[in-house]
Design a protein. Structure first.
Length: 446
């Protein structure tokens, strides 16, 4: 049976009088806010980026695939407000933490954003608040990092005075088949009351909740999902290399193999991993595993294969420039087609395209890029030197000025026929030319 505090919370969710705070207004936080607003629940968004706060309060959203109409209506009706004033963290009844969890340069977990956010919450924490971490992390973070920080800063006790849970985000930017509301929500709580409260909250705006036995289990679920993808993509990348040496097209192999109605799931090779999860999350588990004297060799091998793909792509590009164009790669002019980490979005987080630019330049070639979704490269921790680089037009005249085009992202709204017709050499890492049936004898796969 739920405690009186948990029951009051559940009742307020039911009658929509609850106030939800979201810390981190990015690719996870904003979709969360929209789903909650659609259920008539008031949302306060917190972010340290004052420019983003001002844009959201003006009814604007810099993330293209997210509709602005609900934000405009939320601001107009008073149901939504963004703020950089973290002294207001005591106002919401529930706080959902959706801040970045990147890696350090040594590929170890960087929880600095989570820690700073938790410390700020701890200073304002009041009784009966629910705190939920959504940021991907290693098993034990909620119990071993958040709970002690919150209890020390507030003098309150988890499970008695406030309630703590973990519910991993499962966002897939640009996915037209699933969104925040239709993707089942895994929930783990620090005690039965925390689990019941989090389950009631998420149950108000998602189609299905999946309660699990602990916060650590919920943290492990998220890592397992992304490690599964990372390992299978690594397998596809390795098969590509093996089959290429045999003169076999791995893309044709995969298309034929996926016709089997059981026992096979298609994963595709590419120029490297990108996005906020798959390139990062496996290393959270390998780091934590060392605490238990375990070396997860399978995961580490997959990481080595995937992080090595940009190097192999540039090697292939340089080889083709040399053989097909009889030109030194040093001094060649390369057009990189696409810098977003996946097609049809503007997200460049951990994009392999940024690594490709770096490697091409290191080998003495000149490189420009075209991306209809990324007019300007935004700041990144890994490639600050690329900040402000602008997309060049994709025209016949522009294409004629490059020695080769390297396709890194297969956006739908690109004229690949134009690219193939007016380029001297095209190197395709996504098989998009074959899929569009615009291949020619100067188009090669990599």
């Amino acid at each position: 049976m739920n405690s009186p505090a948990a029951q009051r919370f559940t009742d307020r969710v039911r009658d929509r009088s609850i106030v939800v705070g979201i810390v981190g207004l990015g690719y996870v936080g904003i979709p969360l806010a929209l789903m909650i607003l659609r259920q008539g629940i008031r949302v306060i968004g917190f972010d340290i980026d004052e420019k983003r706060v001002d844009e959201l309060n003006a009814g604007q959203c810099v993330i293209k695939h997210i509709p602005t109409a609900p934000i405009v209506e939320g601001v107009r009706s008073g149901q939504f407000q963004a703020t950089s004033d973290f002294d207001r963290l005591s106002e919401p009844d529930a706080l959902l933490i959706a801040v970045p969890t990147p890696l350090t340069r040594h590929r170890e977990p960087d929880l600095s954003f989570v820690v700073r956010t938790t410390e700020a919450i701890g200073k304002c924490l009041r009784k009966d608040q629910l705190i939920v971490l959504e940021s991907t992390t290693y098993p034990g973070t909620t119990d071993d990092v958040l709970r002690p920080l919150l209890e020390k800063a507030s003098g309150l006790k988890s499970g008695e005075d406030f309630f703590l849970a973990f519910s991993p985000e499962r966002e897939d930017p640009g996915n037209l088949d699933f969104n925040t509301a239709t993707i089942p929500k895994v929930i783990g709580g620090d005690g039965a009351d925390a689990l019941a409260m989090a389950d009631a909250l998420y149950g108000a705006f998602v189609t299905r909740t999946v309660p699990v036995s602990s916060t650590a289990t919920a943290e492990a679920v998220k890592l397992s999902e992304n490690i599964f993808r990372a390992v299978n993509i690594a397998l596809a990348n390795e098969l590509k290399q093996v089959y290429a040496a045999m003169g076999i097209d791995v893309w044709e192999v995969i298309e034929a193999a996926k016709t089997k109605p059981f026992g096979f799931m298609p994963f595709y090779p590419g120029p490297g991993l990108g996005g906020h999860c798959i390139p990062i999350d496996p290393f959270y588990l390998t780091w934590k595993a060392r605490e238990y004297d375990i070396t997860p060799r399978f995961i580490e091998l997959a990481g080595q294969i995937n992080t090595g793909m940009p190097y192999l792509v540039v090697d292939r590009l340089a080889e083709l420039v040399d053989i097909r164009l009889r030109k030194n790669f040093s001094g060649a002019r390369i057009l990189l087609l696409g810098v977003a980490y996946k097609k049809n979005i503007e997200d460049t987080r951990e994009s392999p395209a940024l690594k490709l630019i770096e490697l091409i330049q290191k080998r003495g070639a000149e490189v420009e890029y075209h991306d209809p979704h990324v007019p300007v490269i935004r700041p990144t921790r890994e490639h600050p030197e690329l900040t402000g680089r602008e997309s060049v037009p994709l025209t016949q005249e522009a294409l004629s000025g490059f020695d080769a085009v390297l396709i890194a992202t297969d956006h739908d709204d690109v004229d690949y026929d134009l690219v193939v017709r007016h380029s001297r050499l095209v190197v395709d890492t996504r098989n998009v030319c074959a899929r569009r049936k615009v291949s020619a004898d100067h188009v090669f796969k990599a």
